[in-house]
Design a protein around this ligand. Structure first.
Ligand SMILES: [Zn+2]
Length: 231
């Protein structure tokens, strides 16, 4: 039984972090469009070359190429037992294409992480970015302004004034609302409250998936001192 999870949520909702954490604990791949696009370009697949040509012209990768790259990724062996999709689909057209890709597989569980706008503005306005590697983190995260990934210096992201943040959120909502409507009618759709500490959000995520009527099988861990275990 594959646990096929799709996560939705605005920038600042902690979606990427939760997706990564959930994928790791379940031993399934986290598939984000940024990562697979980079990988396709680096490995020079046919679709990767097309994507590179588009990006070299300074344009956005179109649906057909993006859908093809996602299809290739979901066809790989490691995604047959489930996956966590983050950042795709972004449009209803992409969602319809994903449904077609998912034909014959276990149903897609869709979890939307919601956070009040004022809280998103607070979080996004206060993000720090690493000068060296581009990693970003909320203000107050990590040791004295040092990047947890590479040790570089963390600085306040230049574009994150409140007006820029509000515009980003407006763009997100305009794009995602039809998508949420597309999925909301399904029995496997759940919405969770992202305005909580990360551990609470993670617990709600698991509860939401279980409530979606699917048994989530954790990666088996060796039990210490289990009843009947040999000493
Ligand atoms: Zn860094």
């Amino acid at each position: 039984m594959g646990l096929n999870l799709l996560m939705l949520g605005p920038p600042g909702a902690g979606k990427g972090t939760q997706a990564e954490r959930f994928a790791r604990t379940r031993g399934i791949p986290k598939i984000s469009t940024g990562d697979i696009l980079r990988e396709a370009v680096q490995t020079g697949t046919e679709l990767g070359r097309q994507a590179k040509a588009i990006m070299d012209r300074g344009e956005l990768v179109n649906d057909a190429v993006m859908i093809g790259i996602v299809r290739d990724r979901l066809d790989r062996d490691d995604a047959q037992g489930g996956f966590v999709l983050d950042g795709f689909p972004r449009t209803v057209a992409q969602a319809a294409a994903l449904d077609e890709i998912m034909t014959g597989r276990d149903p897609l569980i869709v979890v939307d992480i919601t956070v009040p706008e004022a809280e998103l503005v607070r979080r996004l306005s206060a993000r720090m970015i690493c000068e060296s590697c581009g990693a970003n983190a909320p203000v107050g995260d990590g040791a004295a302004g040092t990047c947890a990934r590479c040790g570089g210096r963390m600085v306040q992201r230049a574009d994150d004034s409140e007006a820029v943040v509000l515009e980003r959120l407006k763009v997100y909502h305009r794009q995602s609302e039809p998508l949420v409507e597309y999925y909301r009618v399904r029995p496997t759709f759940r919405s969770i409250n992202g305005a909580q500490p990360p551990d609470r959000v993670a617990a709600d995520l698991v509860a939401a998936i279980e409530a979606a009527g699917l048994v989530v099988t954790p990666v088996p861990k060796p039990l210490k001192n289990a009843p009947g275990a040999q000493p």
